[in-house]
Ligand binder design. Structure first.
Ligand SMILES: NC(=O)c1ccc[n+]([C@@H]2O[C@H](COP(=O)([O-])OP(=O)(O)OC[C@H]3O[C@@H](n4cnc5c(N)ncnc54)[C@H](O)[C@@H]3O)[C@@H](O)[C@H]2O)c1
Ligand SMILES: O=C(O)C(=O)C[C@]1(C(=O)O)C=C[C@@H](O)C=C1
Length: 360
């Protein structure tokens, strides 16, 4: 692929554009908001100049409800030979594409399973899709060259392609992305009403659980409304489990010992099932997270601390698989959690200790 147009230069579009530009693809940037396209260009994602001839691929990184109309306009203008999108829902945009009479041979649905709770071009990163699963939803009428161009896009961005039917994709993301988003919002909603002192105790647990609730409500209303039936079914089952959990907890608080015991067993089973489910989520490169060990390193809130930590970790020769930064409310320290292969963890721990780092 030599040239591309990215339509929608928010978080995902600009990240795609940065990844393509970094690999020598000429990227033309378009957005309904010219300021967003200008910012993306200033970050090195491409040019705001329109292409003078049809490019190889147009990537539509606009909200799901707009995919159909934006594709119809782009194809009418003939801006590209092939088209894909990155929307979080696949069946409804596909229906719009068909209803609007788009050329479906030259379009393939796509969805990178990476992102964040932040929006806009300034949050974009060239490596956002490194190691992520990227769903492609070809249909019998998808042209081979279109599929190959989309596969090239995924490979160029560092993703791993997974081919699925749109409906299967929507059921899967209902479970792993959309229903969890609503649950995170429901938990976070309780914090909005809570007292200052209670919220000030928030630690890593509730931060992890509610991080995604910080996402853009406008985008998420769009995502949820395009997959509402699937998400409602999942939340209905969750509601029934929640009812069971409440009943078990009430039993645990009862005076009758037999009831307390039954309640304990119920809660124990629930927690064990939760742990099994959690263990099924693959880590980076599809490796089970259980193979990693996480070291918590205390860092002071001073300039250069992170750079020094990473330089020291780098000198130990241990590959960092993942990092997570936790800030402590009202304190001038934070904890950087470095996930490394279990066998390599002692070497990293020794190396960081010897450089004076405090490991939790
Ligand atoms: N945020 C995530 O974590 C994530 C992850 C994977 C996929 N997605 C999908 O990627 C798409 C973009 O999401 P985002 O997070 O980058 O949102 P964003 O709000 O950061 O960016 C969307 C951009 O689209 C632009 N836009 C809106 N209407 C347009 C139009 N008609 N023509 C041109 N530009 C238009 C907006 O001005 C904005 O700059 C959505 O479909 C979303 O479902 C998001
Ligand atoms: O990491 C996050 O903040 C995300 O919400 C990313 C996430 C997800 O649920 O995993 C959100 C929506 C997308 O369609 C794909 C990825």
């Amino acid at each position: 692929m030599r040239s591309a147009v990215v339509v929608g230069t928010g978080l995902i579009g600009t990240s795609v554009a940065l990844a393509l530009s970094a690999r020598g693809v000429t990227v033309h940037l378009r957005d309904a908001d010219p300021e967003a396209a200008g910012i993306a260009a200033s970050l090195g994602a491409g040019t705001v100049e329109a292409p003078t001839a049809a490019v190889d691929l147009a990537v539509l990184a606009v909200p799901p409800a707009l995919v159909g109309s934006v594709l119809a306009d782009a194809q009418a203008a003939g801006i590209a030979r092939h088209y894909t999108d990155v929307a979080s829902v696949k069946a409804e945009p596909r229906e719009d594409v068909v209803v609007l009479g788009c050329d479906t041979a030259r379009y393939i649905g796509g969805h990178p399973m990476a992102g964040g709770e932040v929006s806009g071009p300034t949050a974009a990163r060239a490596d956002l899709f490194e190691g992520c699963t990227w769903v492609l939803t070809p249909t019998p009428d998808t042209g081979t060259e279109t599929l190959n161009t989309a596969l090239e896009l995924v490979a160029t961005c560092g993703g791993t392609p997974v081919v699925m039917a749109a409906a299967e994709h929507d059921r899967a993301v209902g479970l792993v992305s959309h229903a969890p988003h609503v649950v995170a919002a429901l938990v976070a909603k309780r914090l909005a009403k809570a007292g200052e002192r209670a919220v000030s105790l928030a630690g890593p647990g509730v931060r992890d659980l509610t991080r995604i609730a910080g996402g853009d409500p406008d985008l998420w209303v769009d995502i949820l409304s395009a997959n509402a039936g699937v998400v409602a079914d999942i939340l209905e089952e969750l509601g029934s489990d929640l009812g069971d959990a409440v009943a078990a907890l009430r039993a645990m608080a009862a005076t009758d010992e037999a009831k307390r015991d039954a309640g304990r067993q119920c809660v124990d089973a629930l927690l064990r099932q939760g742990r099994s489910g959690r263990r099924r989520i693959a880590g980076k490169h599809g490796i089970r997270p259980a193979r990693y060990r996480t070291l918590g390193v205390m860092v002071g809130d001073q300039p250069g601390q992170l750079a020094r930590l990473f330089a020291d970790a780098d000198r130990s020769g241990v590959n960092i698989e993942d990092i997570h930064l936790e800030h402590s409310t009202g304190r001038l320290t934070g904890v950087v959690r470095l996930s490394v292969d279990q066998r390599a963890a002692p070497a990293l721990e020794d190396a960081l200790h010897s450089q004076g780092w405090r490991i939790q």
